[in-house]
Design a protein around this ligand. Structure first.
Ligand SMILES: NC(=O)c1ccc[n+]([C@@H]2O[C@H](COP(=O)([O-])OP(=O)(O)OC[C@H]3O[C@@H](n4cnc5c(N)ncnc54)[C@H](O)[C@@H]3O)[C@@H](O)[C@H]2O)c1
Length: 327
């Protein structure tokens, strides 16, 4: 065992799809021991390859202080729930379906310690709804990761009305040690912080396209070149401070009443989804893709995720505070 591997935390992850494998990579790179639980046969078969690919990629980009073998030596892939018995934290990351999550919690809680912390990676089911399916809601929380979890610093920790805030604060500290910049959602709300903000943008994007103001291509180009240009540097509120707050105040008065407040799902996405469109997964989305094009988009995004993470790490808030204190 190397010096880095002393005092490691044992974490369980259930649901080894896209996010599960990505989260496991982030946990291993941060030095934890991971019990990856795959009761689904196809997950058991594919998970090792996916996690190894992610870990190799993290190493190739200098995102791990451990070697590939050191990281893999702390990974156990199992289909047996009893292997979770020593886990301090258990993360549920199964399909976004209430019934499936409910069954999985019952299985997990049959095997984990009464003091173990149980978290869910749900994107949109309120933690307050899910907490009714667990035995100990005081130590049940949302722990919402973004993809790819091993390059982003994003991690939302969400409390339900019954969560012990001390456990949330403990996870917050732990996540900081894992190299994340966590946020704590003290009061549960559907969509948490990130999806409420992102989906407000999606709604407006559909409004502009469906009403003929702009094409899909032009909305995408705008997002990439305006918001995309400064968001890896700072958040919405800081940006208003930097670029002149009074102008935003004036614009809001006239613009807000004209923004979309549609409450139904836009026809544009309904038509694609109901005709089987899955985006690059099957080449049918808002754009069409040949298999080669789909692969190229996936590969390019993987490379970009490392680069943007590296770039934004050069401009943390404390760097500017440090510069100020030198004056
Ligand atoms: N995809 C994203 O970008 C993203 C981002 C944040 C949160 N999430 C959330 O993470 C969760 C997983 O999403 P994903 O994108 O990884 O989906 P996914 O479909 O890639 O993976 C889900 C996994 O759960 C497994 N599973 C299904 N039933 C199970 C059961 N009974 N027991 C154990 N495993 C079971 C499936 O086999 C699959 O491997 C969802 O709640 C989703 O909302 C996804």
């Amino acid at each position: 065992m190397t010096k880095h591997q002393e005092n490691i935390t044992e974490v369980g992850v259930i649901g080894l799809g896209l996010m599960g494998c990505s989260i496991i990579t982030a946990l291993l790179v941060a030095g934890n021991k991971v019990i990856a639980l795959a009761p689904i046969a196809s997950d058991l078969e594919n998970a090792h390859h996916k996690i190894q690919h992610n870990l190799q990629s993290a190493n190739d980009h200098g995102f791990s202080k451990f070697t590939l073998d050191e990281n893999l030596s702390r990974l156990i892939i199992s289909d047996n729930y009893s292997d979770l018995k020593n886990c301090e934290i258990v993360m549920e990351c199964v399909t976004e379906n209430l019934e499936i999550k409910k069954q999985v919690y019952a299985q997990i809680e049959n095997h984990i310690d009464v003091n173990a912390i149980l978290t869910t990676n749900t994107s949109a089911i309120p933690i307050t709804v899910l907490k009714d399916f667990v035995k100990y809601p005081n130590r049940f929380l949302g722990m919402h990761w973004a993809e790819p979890s091993y390059t982003t610093k994003f991690l939302e920790i969400i409390c339900s009305s019954e969560t012990d805030i001390k456990i949330a604060e403990y996870l917050y500290e732990m996540a900081t040690k894992w190299g994340k910049e966590p946020t704590l959602v003290r009061k549960d709300i559907r969509g948490f912080i990130t999806n409420r903000i992102m989906y407000a943008m999606y709604r407006e994007a559909f409004f502009l396209v469906e009403n003929g103001y702009a094409t899909v291509e032009d909305v995408d180009r705008t997002c990439r070149n305006d918001g995309g240009h400064w968001m890896p540097f700072c958040g919405l509120f800081r940006y208003m401070d930097i670029t002149g707050l009074p102008a935003y105040y004036t614009v809001m008065k006239d613009l807000f009443p004209t923004l979309s407040n549609q409450t139904t799902v836009p026809k544009l996405i309904e038509n694609i989804a109901e005709n089987g469109g899955k985006g690059i997964l099957n080449g049918k989305g808002f754009y069409d893709y040949t298999p080669e094009e789909a692969k190229e988009w996936e590969k390019a995004y993987e490379e970009f995720a490392f680069e943007i993470s590296r770039l934004s790490s050069k401009y943390p808030i404390d760097l500017i505070e440090k510069r100020l204190s030198k004056k």
